[in-house]
Design a protein around this ligand. Structure first.
Ligand SMILES: [Zn+2]
Length: 296
């Protein structure tokens, strides 16, 4: 969902200012050499920690279905980040709600009430990881609830496809598609960046693949994982927000392109069937709670 639908459109700059002292960029000497990660985890299989990156209560889901059948329905969405640990490095998939929400209870604007109990950095510490150990960051897309804590992983390399990057930073120098997000997007600018194609094999062995599922945003992507115990797993990003969205192929009213979204849903389902993959809808509490904090 988009920041302007939520609460802090006007205070994004304040948000970043508030976050800055708590989450300084990693000192150069704190940067973990990649070789160290490889040495420590050389024999470890792929493992994914599921991190609670906030809660989004929606008092009226109408904007989540262009078919009009969600009007008057309320629901609670979870907001998750995924720490993908590979023997050759660590990828963080999605960045949750803004860190400034920590300690500020529930914030309501319109139909949305958002909250975040603990910052990403603290959650990582609970897992024994410091942000400087994260080699790569990738977002399913650039909305507010997936970019909120970019300030905390500034030492990582940002993997991004050209379409999403152009939506965030229009090549003609104009404002992004949602100008209220510009201060958040600005936090991506100083990072190391790697532009990736429609399908990108992060570690070169097919175990972690970012693939485009455009429509929600121009370069929206999903993540394919080959897990040692679970087998193939697909993380949806916001291709779907709820179980019902997938079953009924409902497209949010605020998507960038409905036809493209429906085509992405078809391609995603074909991939899921081909692989026999388990599908995890990132905002669906039932899907996330069932994981109990990890994907093996
Ligand atoms: Zn979202």
């Amino acid at each position: 969902m988009r920041l302007r639908h939520l609460m802090i459109a006007a205070s994004t700059a304040a948000l970043l200012a508030a976050c800055a002292p708590k989450t300084p960029a990693p000192a150069p000497e704190a940067a973990a050499p990649e070789a160290e990660v490889e040495t420590v985890e050389a024999e470890a299989p792929l493992h994914v920690d599921v991190i609670d990156c906030g809660t989004i209560k929606v008092s009226d889901l109408d904007i989540f279905s262009s078919a009009g059948d969600y009007a008057g329905v309320s629901d609670t969405l979870t907001d998750s980040c995924f720490l993908v640990k590979h023997p050759n490095g660590i990828l963080l998939w999605d960045l949750g709600l803004p860190g400034m929400l920590v300690g500020n209870g529930e914030n309501t604007q319109g139909v949305f009430t958002v909250s975040l109990d603990t910052s990403l950095t603290e959650k990582l510490a609970d897992l024994g990881v410091v942000p400087s150990e994260i080699n790569y960051v990738a977002i399913s897309h650039s909305h507010f609830d997936h970019t909120g804590q970019i300030d905390q992983v500034q030492g990582s390399t940002w993997l991004v496809n050209q379409k999403e990057k152009d939506a965030m930073f229009p090549p003609d120098g104009s404002a992004p598609y949602d100008p209220s997000l510009a201060p958040t997007f600005a936090m991506f600018s100083p990072m190391e960046q790697q532009v990736i194609g429609d399908e990108y094999d992060v570690f070169g062995d097919g175990s972690v693949v970012i693939f485009q599922t455009p429509g929600h945003t121009p370069g929206h992507s999903s993540l394919q994982l080959m897990m040692p115990e679970s087998g193939p797993v697909l993380l949806t990003g916001d291709l779907y927000h709820r179980k019902e969205s997938r079953e009924l192929k409902r497209v949010p009213r605020f998507n960038f392109d409905e036809a493209e979204t429906l085509a992405s849903m078809d391609a995603f389902e074909a991939r899921a069937e081909r692989l026999g993959a388990k599908v995890i809808i990132q905002h669906e509490p039932d899907d996330i709670e069932a994981l109990n904090g990890e994907i093996r």
